[in-house]
Design a protein around this ligand. Structure first.
Ligand code: UFG
Length: 328
């Protein structure tokens, strides 16, 4: 039986494809390559270029392959863009989920592991954030993920499908062998931007605000390594395959690092000076996001191991080896 991996050519999806194959699982990747890269997948991966909102395509895939579970990574994920183009996010993310769930029901596919986000919480009242904290997303991206979670919850109740929704905090790093990594265009994430400074591709890193109510004034985030994150997907799928109940789980290291601390760590890892320029706050940035991952630890047996040094070091290996990212 195969696992359908939607968005499997993207940053996180491509690392999940590798992990699944390393475990001997048969995978089928669906990706429209809007932001993913064919090169992020080995040549012999079963790959279909297409859009998840194409119900006829999904029918064809489910009819031709014996699929018994779905890993769903396919979504637009830029907070800033979502503020400018909210309907793009509802159209692609929310409608995409509807088409996928409908196809899963038609074809009797009963398990899905979904990439959700800390963005569903918005500005938290307190940290660490637990899963039953209020959901008050502060942008259309987070709102789309909140709605997609609800769609799975109600579909589960009506049709018996089971799901795990994984609420990622800040994901970073690259495959340990440096073969695949993070390549967003345009790039907006902190770690790759800092490393582009180390590569000499940018003159400095701009810190978005140093007047937050945090010890050094810059935003605090909880960074989780890509290997740890992907391990959680493997555990989540196993949980569902063993008859485990549906649920939402935070994925974070439970430790917060400020933007300044991340730059400092990158200086140590790369040996570069990394000039910093202070900039204005970025709209919609919460001051502090730190996960409680107790539920994932207790229920899924997840144990994140990668610290920020290791995360940045693995990303650095990838960026040094591929200064211009993927070719395709
Ligand atoms: N930052 C800078 N300068 C930059 C880029 C980022 O100071 O050039 C800061 C941001 O203000 C933030 C931190 O670095 O405080 C991390 O920013 P990222 O853009 O790397 O990540 P975010 O925390 O904004 O976003 C992540 C995920 C989103 C998700 C969000 C949840 O990438 O998908 O967490 O709030 F929605």
């Amino acid at each position: 039986m195969a696992i359908l991996i939607c968005g499997g050519a993207g940053y996180i999806g491509s690392h999940a494809v590798r992990a699944m194959r390393a475990l001997g699982r048969e995978v089928l990747v669906l990706d429209n390559l809007q932001s993913g890269h064919r090169q992020a997948l080995a040549d012999d991966v079963a790959f279909v270029r297409g859009d998840m909102r194409d119900a006829a395509l999904l029918d064809d895939l489910f009819a031709r392959h014996r699929v018994d579970g779905v890993l769903h990574f396919a979504a637009n994920s830029l907070v800033g863009e979502s503020m400018q183009l909210p309907l793009k996010y509802f159209g692609n993310n929310v409608h995409g989920m509807q088409v996928l769930l409908e196809a899963m029901i038609r074809h009797g596919v009963g398990r899905i592991v979904f990439s959700s986000s800390a963005a569903v919480y918005g500005e938290p009242e307190s940290v660490p954030i637990e899963e039953d904290a209020p959901l008050r997303p502060g942008n259309p991206y987070g709102e789309s993920k909140r709605i997609m979670e609800s769609m799975m919850r109600w579909t589960a109740e009506a049709h018996g499908l089971r799901y795990v929704s994984l609420r990622y905090f800040n994901v970073g790093g690259a495959a340990a062998d440096g073969s695949i990594g993070e390549d967003h265009r345009p790039e907006s994430h902190l770690i790759p931007l800092i490393l582009q400074v180390a590569l000499g591709k940018r003159p400095h890193i701009t810190i978005f605000g140093d007047d937050y109510a945090t010890p050094d004034g810059t935003c605090i985030r909880d960074y989780v390594g890509i290997d740890d994150l992907v391990a959680a997907h493997v555990l989540a799928l196993r949980h569902l395959e063993n008859g485990g109940e549906s649920g939402m789980f935070n994925l974070g290291s439970e430790k917060g690092f400020s933007v300044r601390e991340m730059v400092e760590t990158a200086r140590r890892v790369t040996g570069h000076v990394l000039p910093v320029v202070m900039g204005a706050r970025r709209a919609g940035d919460p001051a502090r996001l730190v996960a409680s991952s107790q539920r994932a630890r207790a229920t899924l047996g997840w144990q994140p191991r990668q610290g920020v040094e290791e995360i940045i070091a693995s990303a650095w290996r990838w960026h040094r080896a591929h200064p211009d990212g993927f070719d395709a």
